[in-house]
Ligand binder design. Structure first.
Ligand code: FAD
Length: 225
């Protein structure tokens, strides 16, 4: 066990060398990257402080906590349509367009079909437990607010090792095969860093696969080697 931040990694003749913040380095024949992601939040005053308590991105994690409550979505792009069409099953839903996009006729019909209210006034800030203050000073009280974030792998280790990435609508994650092997032989990746739209249970499952694959490669060799 080593409680430190890995700040660098490189390939060596025997495998890999990982460098740590306090100055230590360790040799490894396999690496499992489980570093998670960083969510890039919209730049709205008071939003970051409420991330995880009143502001969320996953209806399946937090929708039930707001059951039948007042739910808002602040759009950061047209991808907000996705959340807006899912969330009415957990409560009265308002989509705050916040200048991010303007729904076309087909999108408007879909929103109306799901009973989603539209708000075009810009969101100036969040206050109190969860009150949206709009540009005119009008206040809208909500129980929960959702945003679509862009994710970035939390650190540059996968880049330094030369791992391939997958580009998705919500960001860039490490590309892996079904057993969580990356494009670099001997390097595995699991959890949010290697799966779009993750959860604790999926991250744990991925970790199991990556651990088993890394161990088996030590016994039976790396595929193709
Ligand atoms: C607001 C919010 C609410 C959520 N709610 C739920 C929920 O209710 N239920 C649910 O199942 N999921 C929820 N999730 C998703 C869940 O948190 C993630 O899917 C899960 O934590 C991913 O686990 P992970 O191990 O891949 O990454 P993480 O949990 O992010 O862990 C990665 C760890 O690696 C460490 N690390 C990163 N870089 C380095 C480095 N270079 N050296 C050393 N250590 C490093 C980090 O410090 C961190 O401790 C939520 C996510 C968010 C953002």
């Amino acid at each position: 066990w080593l409680s430190d931040r890995a700040v660098g990694a490189e390939r060596t003749e025997q495998g890999f060398r990982v460098h740590f913040e306090a100055g230590e380095a360790r040799e490894a024949s396999r690496i499992i990257l489980a570093t998670g992601v960083v969510d890039r939040l919209p730049d709205i005053l008071g939003l970051a402080e409420r991330w995880g308590s009143r502001v969320f991105h996953c209806p399946y994690c937090h929708g039930y906590e707001l059951e039948r409550g007042r739910i808002g979505i602040v759009a950061t792009s047209a991808m907000a349509m996705h959340l807006a069409l899912l969330l009415p099953d957990w409560g009265e839903t308002t989509l705050f367009l916040n200048g991010a996009f303007e729904p076309d006729a087909e999108q408007l019909a879909k929103l109306a079909g799901r009973g989603v209210a539209l708000e075009r006034e810009a969101v100036a800030r969040l206050e109190g437990e969860l009150e949206l203050v709009l540009g005119s000073g009008r206040r809208v009280r909500l129980d929960g607010l959702f945003v679509s974030t862009r994710v970035e792998v939390a650190d540059p280790l996968a880049d330094l090792l030369g791992c391939a990435f997958s580009e998705g609508e919500f960001g860039r994650i490490i590309h892996t095969d079904a057993m969580k092997a990356t494009s670099v032989p001997g390097v595995y990746a699991c959890g949010d860093a290697a799966r779009m739209g993750g959860s604790v249970s999926l991250a744990v499952g991925d970790g199991t696969l990556a651990g088993a694959a890394a161990h088996q490669s030590l016994i039976f060799g790396l595929p193709g080697a």
